[in-house]
Design a protein around this ligand. Structure first.
Ligand code: NAD
Length: 294
């Protein structure tokens, strides 16, 4: 068996960001500076890192950005007021409320309060409906959009392929399955989840296997058909005393044993991860174009 192709998410994300930089310059020349607001409630260290890198990427691309950091005691009503103010702010085209918020916040209600035209995460019910309807004016959630981009630029055929998506979250699994079954990709799709029976047997059917579970190295070599394409969305911290940090990042796929069976595979880190922020920037540009009427 020939060596698997390692899909380089870092390189693809860099190319997407280069395109975004060029498109932003065109919009700026027309008097529209794409603007992204990122709202963080509380002190979650990982969320702080994510928010920081989104704001930094905006600066690198020539976008306007606003970082709104709110204390963890912020009430639902206060947060909704911030969202409404951003909805009304003409300098802001995309709004993102960093997940997860503190437990007392009703995230669903916050998402519904977003102007769907500024919902660059693609979580608002109106954008979910547009994804189902294959309406290109909607926003596609960034991580599954990134997975589709990786398949596309890697020249992986999806039409008629059997795809298995493990995970049914609204952030990754369900939108991923919808994208694969769309009239653009034309795959035959199965969604597996925590109640699915004989997961290894289901996975062995897959020409394209997408793992979005959150369980380190769950997918083993004998779950994977020879020659399959494997997209590993999982980002899990695994204790590792040999590292200075005390942990390493692992995907949902047991990479070392699975990779030799695949025709192509995404590594963790450096696969799907970098694509999420790149697609967020792309969505923000789309919002700026649509709101600006160009
Ligand atoms: P989630 O917890 O919302 O959903 C996990 C899904 O996995 C659920 O639908 C559940 O039914 C399914 N599941 C759980 N245990 C299972 C089992 N034993 N067998 C089969 N299915 C099982 O998680 P999520 O938000 O969809 O994220 C999934 C993973 O992707 C996590 O590791 C997360 O960190 C990662 N993630 C990565 C990015 C990125 O940018 N690369 C973005 C979002 C999420």
């Amino acid at each position: 068996m020939s060596l698997p192709r390692i899909i380089d998410g870092k390189a693809v994300a860099a190319a997407v960001l280069d395109e975004c930089r060029e498109e932003a310059a065109v919009l700026v020349a027309r008097g529209i500076t794409p603007g992204l607001a990122v709202v963080l409630v509380g002190e979650d260290p990982a969320s702080k890192v994510y928010v920081g890198s989104k704001v930094k990427t905006c600066a690198e691309l020539g976008f306007h950005s606003r970082k709104i950091e709110l204390p963890k005691e912020t009430t639902q009503e206060e947060l909704l007021r911030v969202v409404r103010d951003l909805n009304a702010d003409p300098a802001i085209h995309g709004i993102l409320v960093q997940s997860p918020p503190p437990k007392h916040i009703d995230e669903e209600e916050v998402i519904r309060a977003l102007d769907p035209r500024k919902d660059v995460d693609g979580f608002h019910p109106e954008n979910v409906a547009k994804l189902v309807l294959e309406d290109p004016t909607g926003f596609v959630p960034c991580t599954p959009a990134g997975c589709m981009k990786l398949l596309e630029v890697s020249g992986i055929p999806t039409a008629g392929a059997e795809a298995v998506v493990i995970g049914r979250s609204m952030i990754v699994g369900k939108p991923m399955a919808l994208l694969l079954v769309s009239k653009v990709a034309n795959a035959t799709v199965m969604i597996a989840h925590s109640r699915s029976k004989d997961l290894p047997a289901l996975c062995r059917r897959a020409d394209i296997l997408v793992a979005a579970v959150g369980r380190p190295e769950m997918v083993k070599a004998d779950w994977v058909k020879e020659g399959a394409v494997v997209i590993d969305v999982g980002i899990n911290r695994v204790e590792d005393a040999t590292r200075k940090s005390g942990y390493r990042l692992a995907g949902d796929v047991a990479y070392e044993e699975v990779a030799p069976r695949c025709s192509a595979i995404t590594p963790v880190p450096g696969g799907v991860g970098p694509m999420t922020i790149a697609m967020l920037m792309k969505n923000t540009l789309q919002a700026a174009r649509q709101i600006g009427g160009c």
